[in-house]
Design a protein around this ligand. Structure first.
Ligand SMILES: *Cc1c(COP(=O)(O)O)cnc(C)c1O
Length: 465
């Protein structure tokens, strides 16, 4: 393997780690809405079908985040107390995957931005910290949220602890029992964690009355958290992906990566990220897309999703609910239908029926490409990555690894010296059960569930006229 020559970057560097000093931390978030050729359609009120107003959202979100959700201002100042917490782990490292390049014998240079160094082990604290801060500033005492596998719940629990806020997490019941260590992590940071459906909310009691053994779902947990926030004046709701302000906060990832690549004289030909609701992908890709939208660079941007939940590659761009119960505003997004329940793949963070409206619009306008992979091919890539680079990817992040490897192999076949950048959104230390299943040959590939998607798409909401 080491016989394959290492190709220096344009600046002559063969560094494996490109690390920025904390003084290089970005001071502003980048808002892609300022540069998009077409903005997303506005969210609609589920009862009236009219665009939601800031007042509609005020019972569950702080004013500052509602403003960020709606603004087209290009740069948003990051408050000093947020920067202060970012400094615990930011800037995150950018690595050159030299040993993976050698194993693949590719002329491509592969870089990855690693978000697994945060306290919660993923990119999610980038927005959790900002959201906790703005809520605390506006006198809120407690945040309520949902979590599937526990990544978002643990990020918010950490952030609330930093700002002295209470945190209530509705955790999907199956995960509550299957992923006890993420639950423990949330409890260590002081959060109250409930297995959803609970008897604490009307939404939960309704589900329990109909099916006492319900394993829960993300949709049910969202309904419970929103109800909790809406019925307690000192409590707000917090969402970890999909919404504009969440993607805005995540742009620190791409802004740093752009600086880091510039240090070694590089600019990516392609930027790759995995997509659940779209926040780590948008956060990495938008600052590069800015260069393209402003006419400075040609860069390709690739979103990667599971074949079991192929929102961009098989879904439709329509108005749909964010939750299963149909309580949230209608978002204009690529969706598989809010009643679609994806197969139980191990990349729990990618099992969402919809996608960020910003990413949906950019995809529709041909500015973003998309590709889907089955989970065995994804784990195969994760293992190759772990054995060469050392880091253990989260199953979600491993989708980006798969695509990066395929791009590097294509570069070899075509004799192209491409520069590939991908996002390694988190580590897989809490996902070893999934790796065990893969190594034991017990992991199944789920085909694209065409019939279920068709049914769910047929159940999309009618818009009031
Ligand atoms: C939650 C999560 C994702 C998916 O969410 P996005 O909003 O699409 O980024 C991806 N990777 C990791 C590690 C996650 O925790």
């Amino acid at each position: 393997m080491s016989s394959y020559p290492v190709r220096p970057s344009p600046s002559g560097s063969t560094a494996r780690a490109i690390v920025l000093d904390e003084r290089a931390l970005p001071r502003r978030w980048y808002n892609v809405a300022a540069d998009m050729p077409r903005l997303p359609e506005p969210p609609l009120h589920p009862a009236t079908g009219k665009p939601v107003t800031p007042e509609d959202l005020a019972p569950i979100f702080p004013r500052s985040l509602i403003e960020q959700e709606m603004t087209t201002e290009r740069w948003i100042e990051i408050p000093e107390p947020v920067l202060d917490i970012y400094r615990l782990w930011r800037p995150t490292p950018l690595y050159r995957a030299i040993r993976l390049e050698q194993a693949l014998r590719t002329p491509a240079r592969i870089y990855y931005k690693y978000e697994g160094t945060s306290p919660a082990g993923s990119h999610k604290p980038n927005t959790a910290v900002a959201q906790a801060y703005y809520n605390q500033q506006e006198g809120i005492r407690r945040l309520a949220t949902e979590t599937g596998a526990g990544q978002w719940g643990s990020a918010l629990a950490f952030a609330c602890a930093q700002f002295g806020l209470a945190c209530t997490v509705y955790m999907v019941k199956v995960s509550y029992h299957q992923k006890p260590y993420r639950r423990s992590l949330m409890q260590v940071w002081g959060a109250e964690v409930h297995a959803s459906p609970t008897s604490l909310t009307q939404a939960g009691r309704k589900v329990l009355a109909e099916s006492p053994d319900s394993p829960g779902s993300l949709g049910i947990a969202i309904s419970e958290a929103v109800e909790d926030a809406a019925t307690h004046p000192d409590t707000n709701y917090s969402l970890g992906s999909v919404l504009n302000h969440v993607l805005l906060h995540q742009t620190v990832i791409g802004l740093e990566a752009r600086e880091q690549l510039a240090l070694v004289g590089e600019y990516p030909d392609v930027v790759i990220g995995c997509v659940g609701g779209g926040s780590n992908f948008g956060g990495l890709a938008f600052p590069f897309l800015m260069d393209r939208l402003q006419g400075r660079r040609q860069v390709e941007v690739l979103a990667v999703e599971p074949t079991a939940c192929p929102t961009l590659t098989k879904g439709k761009l329509r108005y749909d609910f964010g939750d299963t119960a149909g309580l949230t505003p209608l978002l204009h997004m690529y969706t598989l239908g809010h009643t679609f329940v994806p197969p139980g793949i191990h990349a729990g963070g990618l099992r969402y029926h919809g996608d960020s409206p910003l990413i949906s619009r950019l995809y529709e306008d041909g500015l973003i490409g998309a590709r889907a992979y089955p989970q065995r091919a994804v784990f195969e890539a994760a293992i190759q990555f772990a054995r060469t680079e050392g880091l253990l990817p989260a199953p979600e992040s491993a989708h980006a690894v798969r695509a990066a490897i395929d791009e590097a192999v294509r570069a070899r076949e075509e004799g192209l010296e491409r520069v590939i950048l991908f996002g390694l959104s988190g580590h897989g230390h809490f996902d070893l059960g999934a790796y065990d299943a893969y190594l034991a040959g017990q992991l199944e590939d789920y085909e694209y569930p065409a019939e279920l998607v068709e049914q769910a798409l047929a159940a999309l909401p009618e818009l009031p006229r």
